[in-house]
Design a protein around this ligand. Structure first.
Ligand SMILES: Cc1cc2nc3c(=O)[nH]c(=O)nc-3n(C[C@H](O)[C@H](O)[C@H](O)COP(=O)(O)OP(=O)(O)OC[C@H]3O[C@@H](n4cnc5c(N)ncnc54)[C@H](O)[C@@H]3O)c2cc1C
Length: 384
């Protein structure tokens, strides 16, 4: 695809994503938040539009797509769907499946991936444990080999789509003698495995996304579900975080735009002291500050996507992705705060986009690696 074809394909797909969001997501988001979940059929609708399979191999039911296409699509989804809960669960496979694509055997890939990309099954990623999420190398859940099986014992927490997932990509310790990164492996677990129990967790935001605490009590899985070789999990998990962080950055910019859209429309029609809010300099300057940050973060996102597509993932790649994630999530924070302020009391009311996003912004500065850990990784790679 040349640059012109890519631009046209991206514009066409973003256009259908916008229409999909406006008709099938945005009108229902408040009701889904109140219900604590969205209908499973939404997965099939998203799959029908090709959204679940974007960036996956065609032989597994996906469509190859460069970052330069995927990032604007992701941004559009968040801008017009305006629900972090829907985005997190509808696309939880995007943090779980790349590890299966990269490390699974052909048979495991064929078993796990096509039904998820078709929207028939749900995939989730289980790394974080009650004992900690930032220090991945310290995880405690064990998988011990017994004949043709692994037996898993331990706990995972804050797992997105954890209540509904049919498949988990799970980080486990296969070498009990190695308490560090070298003892960690990745394995696939089915949602109906005996010995797996799930408890729903209540949250500040992302209300329509199911988040779970998982317990594994002697859960047996076939040894062929091991992804890659024993002990190779940590490096793969770290690599996988880059994709997750790029997606989170694109989403954060989309949510910032959703706040901007609502705040601008409100400021144009709401009057105070006899004139529209936009006629008050403080308010229109606030809108400019919002737009300025969205433009800056969006331009950086485009540049990083172009780097990824060019295969230019040199020695500063992790630092670039981590700081972009912080830039984008801080942009979202700024815009959500400004949006609520511009809406005044209405911005504090359930049902407005700014109110929802204001509650949802905190999690993106924590999930996929906290703001502090992003800075640590960047400082290390930049050699400060
Ligand atoms: C809604 C939600 C959904 C999530 N979904 C998933 C999921 O699907 N799968 C999954 O595996 N995980 C998921 N997570 C977990 C998330 O990735 C972790 O919460 C995150 O990595 C932080 O881990 P923690 O909560 O254990 O905090 P901790 O690691 O205990 O950190 C606590 C605080 O200490 C700071 N800190 C820790 N170490 C350092 C350091 N070296 N220097 C400076 N500060 C430090 C952190 O930045 C943070 O502010 C989800 C979390 C939430 C809230």
């Amino acid at each position: 695809m040349n640059a012109e074809e890519l631009r046209e394909a991206t514009a066409a797909l973003c256009d259908s994503v916008e229409r999909f969001c406006k008709s099938e997501i945005a009108p229902h988001v408040s009701a889904w938040d109140a219900a604590g979940e969205f209908p499973r059929k939404l997965y099939q609708r998203a799959a029908g539009l090709g959204l679940l399979g974007l960036g996956y191999p065609e032989e597994l039911g996906g469509t190859s797509a460069p970052y330069a296409l995927r990032m604007p699509v992701w941004r559009t989804l968040c801008r017009h769907g305006a629900s972090g809960g829907v985005q997190a669960s509808l696309f939880s496979h995007n943090i779980a499946l790349p590890l299966v694509v990269a490390l699974g055997s052909d048979a495991v890939k064929r078993e796990v991936i096509p039904p998820v990309l078709a929207g028939e099954q749900i995939a989730a990623l289980g790394i974080t444990e009650p004992g900690g999420g930032s220090d991945v190398a310290a995880l405690k859940t064990t998988a011990r080999r017994e004949g043709d099986e692994y037996v898993i014992d331990g706990e995972k927490i804050f797992i997105t789509s954890g209540m509904r997932a049919d498949w988990f990509t799970l980080a486990v310790r296969t070498d009990p003698d190695n308490k560090g990164a070298g003892g960690i492996s990745l394995i696939v677990v089915t949602g109906d495995a005996a010995g797996l129990s799930r408890t729903r967790l209540d949250k500040m935001g992302w209300l329509s996304s199911d988040t779970a605490h998982l317990r594994f009590d002697g859960v047996r899985v076939p040894a062929r579900y091991l992804l890659g070789r024993e002990g190779a999990g940590f490096k793969a998990i770290m690599g996988n975080f880059n994709g997750e962080r790029l997606g989170l950055a694109a989403g954060a910019i989309g949510f910032a735009e959703a706040c901007f859209d609502e705040a601008l429309a409100w400021a144009r029609q709401r009057t105070a002291f006899g004139q529209p809010l936009t006629q008050h300099q403080v308010i229109r300057h606030k809108l400019v500050d919002v737009r300025q940050r969205i433009c800056a973060s969006g331009a950086w996102l485009d540049a990083v996507a172009a780097r990824a597509d060019a295969g230019d993932m040199g020695p500063d790649w992790v630092a670039e992705v981590c700081t972009l994630k912080n830039q984008a999530t801080q942009t979202m924070q700024f815009c959500a705060d400004a949006g609520v302020q511009i809406l005044g009391g209405m911005g504090y009311m359930r049902g407005t986009v700014c109110e929802r996003i204001y509650r949802e912004v905190k999690v993106v500065t924590i999930g996929g690696g906290t703001e502090e850990i992003m800075k640590e990784l960047a400082a290390k790679q930049w050699g400060f």
